[in-house]
Ligand binder design. Structure first.
Ligand code: NAD
Ligand code: UFG
Length: 329
């Protein structure tokens, strides 16, 4: 199949491009490089030993995106392009709503205009808000607490209406939990700009000595040890989830949780990292981070069954691969 991957040079997109190439698909990437680097394209090619097409375009610009559709026959689209920093979304909500909503509308329009019947969208566990874990796909998705999360919930609603008006299309909404890890070559991975917000990139930078110590945001949550619990999933398993969705999506709109189905606390993650890398991580407990919830993990039965997708990599592998990537950069 010819698959258009928007945001294909980003963290999850780059691993998914690789998974698609390894399955023998042709990959066309549309990315404006707002949060990624061209070097990633070379690294994907190097690992896969295959080529892929790259177009530096803003996906929210309909005319630019249409040049791709008018030049290539496209069989399916995986739409990763979006802005994802929660704090930044509070500071610049219009940028987030504009980029995330308009790009999704433009992509859906292209599906209609060029009769591309498969569309997969990157959503997030953030749409579950402060529901009680484990999260099921059937739970309300109207409890978001920031513009980023709200933009994802709004895109979901747009795609639900889009799919209803195009019943022969297959539209998949994938709600990711917390992706960490990197390809084992350590050539591609998560490289956020500036000081990381997310736990794993912060932790690996502490391990490298770039940052002094990890700050644990609160140890008084109602969890196993008081620290926040999340569902960490290896990015290679997440990438495989997209390939499974491409193969197994039925007509209509379908929502799937992509997570490991297990909750891990911050302290448990630090212990796993220390075990996997033999590096001691200095930390201090500080106040809770505003907007954080105590626990977030997935019920993944639906994706396991309908997408025939089971994540393979354990927490130690996730820690090892995250560290390898950081060490190499
Ligand atoms: P990322 O920032 O690494 O990748 C996103 C890519 O999209 C980048 O390469 C960026 O340059 C590109 N992009 C952004 N806006 C664009 C536009 N208008 N036109 C063209 N390209 C554009 O992020 P990621 O972690 O790979 O996330 C991919 C998707 O998954 C995003 O939609 C994100 O919101 C969602 N998601 C991520 C996480 C996570 O923890 N990483 C969790 C849940 C959902
Ligand atoms: N944490 C720390 N110290 C840090 C960073 C994080 O203690 O320096 C804690 C947080 O309080 C939380 C856990 O580590 O308990 C995970 O935090 P992350 O920032 O890594 O991830 P979040 O669960 O807050 O959010 C991430 C993405 C969201 C996405 C969500 C989906 O940032 O965009 O996962 O589950 F929506």
């Amino acid at each position: 199949m010819n698959i258009l991957v928007t945001g294909g040079l980003g963290y999850i997109g780059s691993h998914t491009c690789l998974a698609l190439l390894e399955e023998g698909h042709s990959v066309i990437v549309a990315d404006n490089l707002i949060n990624s680097k061209l070097k990633t394209l070379d690294n994907i090619k190097k690992i896969a030993n295959k080529s892929l097409d790259f177009h530096q375009v803003d996906v929210s610009n309909e005319k630019s995106l249409e040049t791709i559709f008018s030049s290539f026959p496209i069989d399916g689209i995986i739409h990763f392009a979006g802005l994802k920093a929660v704090g930044e979304s509070v500071e610049y909500p219009l940028n987030y709503y504009y980029n995330n909503l308009v790009s999704t509308i433009v992509v859906a329009r292209m599906c209609e205009r060029y009769d591309v019947k498969k569309l997969i969208f990157s959503s997030s566990a953030t749409v579950y808000g402060d529901n009680e874990a484990p999260f099921f796909e059937t739970m309300s998705s109207l409890k978001t607490t920031n513009p980023y999360g709200e933009s994802k919930a709004m895109c979901e609603r747009i795609l639900i209406d889009f799919a209803r008006s195009n019943p022969s299309f297959s539209v998949g909404i994938l709600r990711y939990f917390n992706p960490i890890g990197a390809h084992e070559s350590a050539l591609i991975g998560d490289s956020p700009n500036g000081i990381p917000n997310n736990l794993m990139p912060y932790l690996t930078q502490v391990a490298k000595g770039k940052l002094k110590r990890l700050r644990i945001f609160g140890d008084d949550y109602p969890t196993i040890d008081g620290t926040g619990v999340r569902d960490y999933i290896h990015v290679m398993d997440l990438a495989a989830g997209h390939v499974s969705a491409l193969y197994n999506l039925k007509e209509g709109i379908h929502i799937y949780n992509l997570g490991s189905g297990k909750g891990t606390s911050v302290l448990e993650l630090i212990q796993a990292f220390e075990k996997a890398t033999k590096i001691n991580i200095p930390y201090e407990i500080v106040n809770r981070r505003p907007g954080d919830i105590a626990s977030c993990w997935a019920n993944t039965n639906k994706a396991n069954k309908e997408l025939k997708w089971i994540p393979k990599r354990d927490l130690l592998t996730m820690c090892r691969d995250s560290w390898r990537f950081e060490r190499n950069h």
